[in-house]
Design a protein around this ligand. Structure first.
Ligand SMILES: Cc1cc2nc3c(=O)[nH]c(=O)nc-3n(C[C@H](O)[C@H](O)[C@H](O)COP(=O)(O)OP(=O)(O)OC[C@H]3O[C@@H](n4cnc5c(N)ncnc54)[C@H](O)[C@@H]3O)c2cc1C
Length: 758
């Protein structure tokens, strides 16, 4: 993440990573607007490009070829990416409500969330049909269908409901792929039977007669039965019923019609059309609220019934970006005029396609190659990214501010005081903290509930205090997540000692800016942290928040432990013969470095962030129950550094099996391409502690021995006879990648205590 060069004055929040919003992100990447921050909230990091989905289903493209990596695109655009599901909007407070995180504030909002099948309108459809929409999680549904068809013995009947371009294309793509799968399994592809249902008298009702004839011919050639005037009115296990009296026994029923708006839109108070889509003006602003824009399938332009197709969503990206920019610049918005005619290139599953535009028609393999070229060019724009260059604000681009905001903005960029003059103002702080609710504990005598100069805590008789501190700069532009991970990281030391967390004080720096933005950053950060501290039974009792050039957060944490040190897990208790167990995979350092250079896949970062949020709390009693002799948590010094911290006081050597190291997804790839954390060279100095065959030093996992970990797992020594049971128990507790990575050896004569094995 980059430090901001100008204070943030306006927040544009994008809900959904649909085809219009990826365009908005790209426009802002090319032409950033200083003082304006974009945040995109989306359920899926890999957002599908609809134009290539039929080719993916047919098997012509792989997953990454047809998906845009939203996290990486957002990073390139200098935008925040929050992976979450939006569940509503509080328009009065100008906040977006999310499933897992606190509300996200906006100054302008845009919604591009696609459409949702209205399965409830057809009896049984919700239970027995596979909806093609929403596009999110479509891949999961498709892969599940694929697996079922592969496993189904004997003839398989597949009914596709909806004979628009989507339904026809999907039928042909599925048929092409599934016939290939059957042949590969040594089965007869003719066991597959396809039926296409159209509520209209014809298929492809919005296309010209030549296009319709061409597809009728292709479908007939491929043995697809077309059911015309056959609106499906009921679906049941193993079949369906149409209004015209037709019934069909079917193993799979795929639903490609009757999509509507997401149900949560109904609670927003925004004007919707009959299908639940947001009614927008020609500026793409909601008819009800000028601060809210909508684009793509979820927008409805009264008097201009656009087909729900990716092509329109893509086209809306540019005018939407321009109008969002104009909105924050307080300039007049422009009208978007959709094309009356558009080119549709509809594939027939077998690398052949039909072109349709108004009354024009063409077909051939060359049309497919043409389409393939257009689609690949489109995807390159989103997947071949360069880090965004910082740009200076020009007078023409400056975001207009209100009087009070202007004073705050001038003050934010002016020379700032040091010492206590660099504290975040008391009003901002108390407003931000008003919404934070740390747990209360009986042993906290004076804490945040009655703030004083310092907190006062009671140490129960027979207990001793374990005390630790950790602090780091933000590595991701997401204060809520930063708060969660910083708290989890700091708690790690207490857990590693076998202590029970009692209380925490926070220390944070926040870049100066408009008061409302600083307040929100502090709130988000502390809301994330307090949720994690509360879960650990740890009361936040105080803290200090100052201004700094970068967002940074840390905690001093107290824990309680038996004063006789019973149950304390020291670093120095390792015994020769013990197994070395690691509870979480490693690789956060290389992955975060690669993310900053746009070289990591977004889903690798999602998984790494999830791992950084996994607490070590449950692992400790499990390790103790299996007789752990020593334990530490992995942080900045990396696996080797922390292992040496254990072998030295234990007076032992240790052997690491490089092949057994559990790695976070993508860490091997990013390390192999030479992308390593800036702390790596300092950690590498410890290589003098290593010995092993030359091949070990060339092994791809070797650099990861030095990779610094953020909120890493526990490294413990456990009696060898308990190792398997311990790993099984850890996995049951959710440490899915817990592994035995080596063993403890008696101290040798050599100067290198750590032996490598491959
Ligand atoms: C299999 C298939 C093939 C298709 N083929 C074509 C084609 O060849 N050509 C064509 O033009 N159209 C095609 N379509 C239709 C096309 O997919 C849609 O019209 C298009 O995707 C709509 O784009 P959109 O930008 O409005 O939203 P979408 O592409 O649907 O994107 C919506 C985004 O919002 C996110 N989202 C949804 N709800 C929430 C929420 N509550 N919180 C946060 N994020 C949310 C989703 O994860 C997704 O990233 C196809 C559809 C399917 C399913």
């Amino acid at each position: 993440m980059r430090p901001a060069t100008s204070p943030i004055a306006r927040d544009i929040v994008l809900i959904g990573g649909g085809h219009s919003h990826v365009g908005v992100l790209r426009m802002f990447a090319m032409k950033p607007l200083p003082g304006v921050r974009l945040t995109v909230i989306c359920t899926d990091t890999d957002t599908p490009y609809s134009g290539m989905l039929p080719g993916y289903i047919a098997g012509h493209y792989d997953f990454d070829e047809v998906h845009i990596d939203l996290r990486r695109l957002a990073e390139a655009a200098g935008a925040r990416y929050y992976r979450d599901e939006v569940t509503g909007i509080d328009r009065a407070a100008r906040k977006v409500l999310c499933r897992t995180r606190p509300p996200v504030a906006y100054d302008a909002l845009s919604i591009n969330i696609g459409s949702t099948p209205q399965l409830s309108r057809v009896e049984g459809a919700a239970d027995h049909a596979v909806p093609v929409k929403p596009i999110r999680r479509f891949n999961e549904r498709w892969l599940a269908l694929l697996a079922r068809v592969r496993a189904h013995a004997g003839p398989t009947t597949i009914a596709v409901i909806g004979a628009g371009a989507g339904g026809v294309e999907l039928t042909l793509a599925m048929q092409y792929r599934l016939r290939g799968e059957m042949a590969a399994l040594g089965r007869n592809p003719d066991e597959l039977r396809f039926h296409l249902f159209s509520a209209d008298p014809s298929i492809l009702p919005t296309h010209n007669a030549a296009v319709r004839r061409a597809f009728e011919g292709v479908l007939a050639e491929r043995g697809v039965a077309i059911h015309r005037d056959a609106e499906v009115t009921a679906v049941y296990a193993g079949g369906l019923q149409a209004r015209n009296g037709e019934a069909l026994a079917a193993d799979e029923i795929v639903w490609v019609t009757q999509a509507g708006g997401a149900s949560w839109l109904r609670e927003t108070g925004l004007a919707l059309d009959g299908d639940g889509f947001i009614r927008v003006r020609d500026t793409l602003q909601s008819e009800t609220d000028p601060l809210v824009f909508a684009a793509g399938d979820c927008a409805s332009m009264p008097g201009l019934p656009l087909e729900k197709a990716g092509v329109f969503a893509v086209r809306m990206g540019k005018p939407l970006a321009e109008n969002l920019r104009r909105m924050v610049l307080r300039r007049p918005l422009l009208a978007y005029r959709p094309q009356r005619r558009w080119l549709a290139l509809i594939s027939t599953g077998d690398r052949h396609a039909v072109a349709s535009r108004g009354g024009l028609f063409a077909r051939g393999d060359w049309v497919w190659r043409w389409k393939d070229g257009i689609d690949r060019r489109f995807m390159r724009r989103f997947n071949e990214l360069e880090p965004m260059a910082e740009r200076a604000a020009t007078a023409a681009e400056a975001v207009p501010l209100d009087e009070g905001e202007r004073t705050q903005a001038i003050s934010a960029v002016a020379m700032r005081c040091g010492g206590c003059g660099a504290k975040v103002g008391a009003t901002v702080l108390s407003r931000a903290l008003a919404g934070i609710h740390p747990i209360e504990r009986d042993d906290v005598l004076i804490g945040l509930h009655a703030p004083d100069d310092a907190a006062v805590l009671r140490v129960p008789p027979g207990s001793a205090l374990v005390h630790t501190v950790d602090f780091f700069r933000a590595f991701i532009d997401d204060p809520w997540l930063l708060g969660r991970i910083a708290a989890n990281h700091a708690l790690g030391d207490i857990f590693a000692m076998g202590g029970v967390p009692q209380s925490a004080t926070a220390i944070a720096t926040v870049p100066p800016g408009l008061e409302s933005k600083v307040e929100d950053t502090v709130f988000q950060m502390m809301a994330g942290a307090v949720a994690v501290l509360n879960e650990a039974g740890c009361a936040l009792v105080g803290g200090h928040t100052g201004e700094g050039s970068e967002l940074a957060l840390g905690f001093a944490i107290n824990g309680l432990i038996d004063e006789k040190l019973d149950g304390v897990l020291r670093k120095g208790g390792m015994r020769p013969g013990d197994a070395l167990i690691l509870t979480k995979p490693i690789g956060t350092g290389t992955l975060l470095a690669a993310h900053a250079r746009l070289k990591a896949r977004g889903r690798w970062i999602d998984a790494a962030l999830a791992s950084m949020q996994q607490s070590n709390r449950l692992a400790v009693p499990c390790l103790v129950a299996h007789g752990a002799t020593a334990c530490t948590d992995l942080t900045g010094f990396g696996l080797l550094g922390h292992l040496v911290e254990m072998t030295r006081p234990s007076g032992v050597d240790a052997e690491i099996d490089l092949v057994a190291l559990p790695l976070l997804d993508g860490a091997a790839e990013t390390a192999a391409s030479g992308i390593l954390s800036s702390l790596q060279p300092a950690n590498v100095r410890l290589r003098r502690a290593l010995r092993g065959p030359p091949e070990a030093l060339q092994h791809p996992n070797y650099p990861l021995l030095f990779d610094p970990q953020t909120a890493g797992g526990l490294l413990a020594s456990v009696p060898a006879e308990n190792a398997d049971a311990c790993i099984a128990a850890l996995r049951n507790l959710g440490y899915a990648r817990a592994a035995c990575i080596g063993r403890v050896l008696p101290a040798g004569d050599a100067l290198e205590p750590i032996h490598l094995r491959i």
